[in-house]
Design a protein. Structure first.
Length: 546
């Protein structure tokens, strides 16, 4: 009268068969075309399975029950068979019953039990059934019960490092880079692991293509070096000549069998050539539209007396923090007897500069590099130097959306999307020297500046006064000094920051070490407020005057 069919899971009912025959199905198909016939093949197996299921389902006179597993004995999810859907389609009034508790085998029940116990610890009610399950583990699986109990008490909070440990980790004067200091702002524990523990990630040996971003950087570096070694200057090059020189540079970079070994690598090589040419053509156009001259490429500090002197930050403790770095390009121009400098850092990413990020210490690189130049007028053979601006140049060959299919219109939109991203000084002479077409066009295709009809700056313009720019440099140096104090005092808190929807854990390589989880006691994001530009500048001005 009643039939129970158990295990109605995908691959179980109907059975999928399997390739455990001497002659494979595709071989049987070829033999059939040659006139050979077989008693059993995959099609016959499926038909037989369908018949067996039909025969079983038609036997009961009153009721039939289908049951399938939601997980295997280790707790991994399992799918229901297609037959469940077919039965429900034929009998829409069939009653579906789901167990209220995922209690099954010893292995499979441990994970959901751990979740229920965790919820109980957080103040949520726990049912009698789960308490009984835990009691069962204590009697029948005491080791598992111990693990569950230890998990409830687990804490990943860390203590402050001792002075002795700090000295052993960082070995003498604190010598670091801006990117690592920015990582400290993202999460102190991230800095501790990266700069202190210095783990080496083990990768299986593979012959892989170098990252395109690294190769793009190298192509522009070699391009600048080639120009320095020749009698030609970047300003005298036209776009076509610049592209031709870049093509030879990229050919040198890709002179390796690896880049011809796979179609994937050939495509990447083609992309590198295309993007590098676009970058150098755009940068050439920027220089032709302005009056500044490049004077240094890949300028390192410190560099054994050849580059800029190191940036030294004095800490309240009497210790010193040394910052190292490499400035991709420095341009110079003398205006009205004053020496102005413009720095450019090449970026392959899409992240935009943000005053809010500068305020919090998440984007300090440009201002640190500009500060290194401002503090070394002797290197530039000048009595004094002034900032013209600090910019990122995005290395890209972007796709643009335009209804116009005219090449000139497309090129104009691409150039517009590759403007320098950063801060320019709101001095008319400086801005006109950065882009001599600004006054004529009312907008710049080199920097993010647009003029209104009354010659004031549009809201989207990235301009600040020289005094504000110098205050920003000082603000960042104070932020670095505070970070240095915290590092030397042994602060390694697991305290990732969050600004809007962006979290510092999103792209962190060390999540497996810190085990940050908001369900753990004391694991919360450090929320940084998003601030508008005027508020940031007001805060910085106030902070510098106090």
């Amino acid at each position: 009268r009643t039939l129970f069919i158990l295990g109605v899971n995908d691959g179980v009912l109907p059975q999928s068969g399997g390739d455990h025959q001497l002659i494979l199905e595709e071989e049987k198909a070829r033999l059939k075309t040659a006139g050979f016939h077989f008693l059993a093949d995959s099609q016959m197996f499926l038909e037989k399975e369908q018949y067996n299921i039909y025969s079983a389902m038609t036997r009961p006179s009153e009721s039939i029950y289908f049951s399938y597993s939601r997980a295997d004995e280790e707790g991994k999810p399992l799918r229901a068979s297609q037959w469940i859907g077919r039965v429900l389609k034929c009998f829409p009034d069939a009653e579906m019953k789901t167990p209220l508790k995922p209690i099954a085998t010893e292995k499979g029940t441990a994970a959901p039990l751990a979740s229920e116990l965790r919820r109980a610890l957080d103040g949520y009610p726990i049912s009698e059934e789960w308490l009984e399950v835990f009691k069962w583990y204590m009697v029948n699986a005491p080791e598992t019960a111990k693990h569950l109990y230890r998990g409830l008490k687990h804490s990943n909070l860390v203590d402050r490092l001792s002075k002795r440990t700090v000295e052993a980790l960082y070995k003498g004067p604190l010598n670091t880079s801006v990117s690592r200091l920015e990582n400290y702002v993202q999460c102190p524990f991230k800095y501790y692991v990266e700069a202190g523990l210095r783990p080496t990630e083990i990768h299986p040996y593979t012959m892989s293509y170098p990252e395109v971003g690294t190769l793009l950087h190298q192509s522009l570096e070699r391009f600048g070096r080639r120009l320095n070694e020749s009698e030609t200057t970047w300003k005298t090059l036209d776009g076509d000549s610049a592209e031709a020189l870049m093509a030879s540079v990229v050919d040198e970079l890709l002179d390796d069998e690896l880049y011809r070994s796979k179609f994937q690598y050939r495509y990447q090589a083609h992309k590198l050539m295309r993007v590098s040419k676009r970058a150098v053509r755009t940068l050439t156009q920027h220089l032709h539209q302005g009056a500044f001259e490049p004077i240094a490429f890949e300028l390192a500090f410190p560099d054994s007396g050849k580059g800029l002197p190191p940036i030294v930050i004095e800490l309240n403790s009497g210790e010193k923090l040394f910052i190292r770095g490499v400035i991709d390009r420095i341009d110079r121009l003398d205006i009205n007897g004053k020496t102005y400098l413009k720095i450019i850092d090449y970026k392959s990413g899409s992240k935009k500069i943000s005053l809010s990020d500068v305020y919090h210490g998440l984007q300090m690189q440009l201002l640190v590099y500009l500060g290194a130049c401002m503090g070394s007028p002797a290197y530039f053979r000048a009595d004094d130097v002034h900032p013209a601006g600090a910019f990122y140049f995005r290395i890209d060959d972007p796709l643009v959306e335009t209804p116009e299919q005219v090449k000139a219109m497309i090129d104009e939109k691409i150039t517009d999307s590759l403007k320098l991203d950063g801060f320019a000084v709101d001095d008319a002479d400086v801005l006109n020297s950065l882009d001599e077409t600004l006054q004529e066009n009312g907008r710049s295709s080199v920097i993010q500046v647009r003029l209104k009809t009354d010659q004031s700056f549009a809201k989207t313009s990235q301009v600040v006064s020289e005094s504000d720019l110098l205050d920003m440099i000082t603000w960042v140096q104070k932020k670095i000094a505070a970070i240095g104090e915290d590092v030397l005092e042994g602060h390694i808190d697991i305290s990732p920051c969050r600004m809007g929807t962006a979290k510092s854990c999103d792209y962190c390589d060390y999540k497996g070490i810190c085990q940050f989880d908001t369900q753990f006691l004391g694991n919360t994001y450090r929320k940084l407020p998003t601030m508008d530009d005027e508020t940031v500048l007001s805060e910085i001005r106030t902070g510098e005057k106090s």
